[in-house]
Design a protein around this ligand. Structure first.
Ligand code: SAM
Ligand code: SF4
Length: 385
């Protein structure tokens, strides 16, 4: 295959659509292993053996949108809606800082009213001040030299004016998955009033404003083809994503796509063995997409997402050896976590610090604490490739 075994370790490749599709579908075990090894060599070139940790707080499951795959979509009635108080979120920011995670990711459903934006602005400013004070105390540094936590947001599609206001308040990263690069597939996965073009434009706005922009896709979602996945990887590269947060689609009951999945895939899943086979297929597909993304985009931060962990307790290890360099432990307090059930099995995901450190050490990598782990700007990244 494409001479992968004769490649220079760390070499970033410009694979085309046909090559990517062939690699996504190959059954040749040697080729698959060569793909993983090459992705790992690129991660090592840029990040050495470092793994960055970002604490995620899912502060609200209220959502105006109705994405057909999501367990907290507007139409799901058997979910208790919540929004954490400012005090509870600030407490989580202390936990994140004291654990040394460096970045706090604030995630929620999409709420576009102006009051929510005012509230978020105030929250971001408070987290910055508070974490700078903690830094000053811990490292005995003057407050003026303390950067505090890096703040990342993942709160959906907003106007560019709102994105700007949140940036001005102190947020510097934003994760907004495009979900799929194929507008026709996007239309199948969302109701008619959700538009691919709007989401794409949001990503362009975020980049223009200066956010380190993260995006990603759902892998293995119904109706998706291997050609879609090949196009997705090319999309992520073309956009110049600073961070890539993508993961497997995980079945969620009470959703239109969940029902469709059950009807199509579910018919073949009659027992535990079938379920295990399906999970293994999905894990393999996801890790291939991670590896190929690393091979094509080079330096961006790529997360081994939590959804993967819901499928297998060892899948994240494998992902961290095949192109990923980020883990996002969930810090959401238990009482809220169960209500943020985007997909089946999510609440069992391991986020405990010691366990994560063990997992990372086991694969001979080093968790990095009290650092932001910012990527190089995209322009410099390409010169470096
Ligand atoms: N509401 C914001 C948004 O959609 O951008 C951020 C929160 S949303 C819950 C974060 C991500 O969860 C979505 O981008 C989607 O890809 C993912 N998600 C939703 N349902 C899922 C499922 N059943 N399986 C895997 N991922 C899912
Ligand atoms: Fe809302 Fe995000 Fe779920 Fe869509 S994916 S329904 S925007 S929380």
């Amino acid at each position: 295959f494409l001479g992968l075994s004769t490649l220079k370790p760390g070499e970033v490749l410009k694979l085309n659509r046909n090559e990517l599709q062939a690699l996504i579908t190959t059954k040749d075990k040697n080729v698959i292993q060569a793909m993983y090894n090459h992705a790992e060599s690129i991660s090592r070139r840029y990040f050495d053996n470092k793994v960055y940790l970002r604490g995620i707080v899912e502060f609200s499951n209220e959502c105006e949108k109705n994405c057909k795959y999501c367990g907290v979509r507007r139409s799901v009635k058997n979910v208790k809606r919540y929004c954490m108080s400012k005090e509870d979120i600030l407490y989580c920011s202390d936990v994140i800082y004291n654990n040394g995670y460096g970045t706090m990711m604030l995630q929620s459903g999409e709420i576009t009213n102006p009051k929510r934006i005012d509230w978020l602005e105030d929250l971001i400013k408070s987290i910055k001040i508070r974490s700078r004070k903690l830094e000053s105390k811990r490292f005995n540094r003057p407050l003026s030299e303390c950067k505090g936590l890096q703040i990342a947001l993942s709160v959906g599609e907003l106007s560019s004016e709102y994105y700007q206001r949140l940036y001005d308040a102190g947020a510097r990263r934003y994760l907004l998955r495009i979900e799929t690069s194929n507008p026709k597939l996007y239309a199948k996965l969302h109701p008619k009033d959700h538009h691919w073009e709007v989401r794409h434009q949001c990503l362009l706005d975020l980049k223009r404003i200066g956010y380190q922009t993260g995006t990603g896709i759902l892998i293995g979602v119904p109706y998706q083809t291997s050609w879609d996945l090949a196009d997705d990887i090319l999309y992520l590269d073309k956009l110049g994503a600073d961070m890539i947060g993508m993961g497997p689609y995980v079945y969620q009951p009470h959703t239109p796509i969940g029902n469709y999945w059950k009807w199509t895939t579910g018919r073949k899943i009659k027992n535990e063995k079938d379920q295990e086979d399906y999970n293994n297929y999905l894990i393999d597909l996801t890790i291939r997409v991670y590896a190929l993304t690393r091979i094509v985009v080079g330096m961006a931060n790529i997360a081994a997402t939590t959804a993967l962990e819901a499928l297998s307790s060892t899948a994240r290890e494998k992902a961290l050896q095949s192109g990923c360099n980020l883990v996002m432990p969930i810090i959401t307090p238990d009482e809220y976590r169960k209500e943020y059930a985007l997909y089946t099995g999510k609440s069992e995901v391991v986020s405990h610090r010691e366990k994560l450190v063990k997992l990372i050490n086991k694969i001979n990598k080093e968790p990095i604490f009290f650092e932001w782990g910012d990527p190089l700007p995209h322009t410099l990244r390409h010169q470096n490739n």
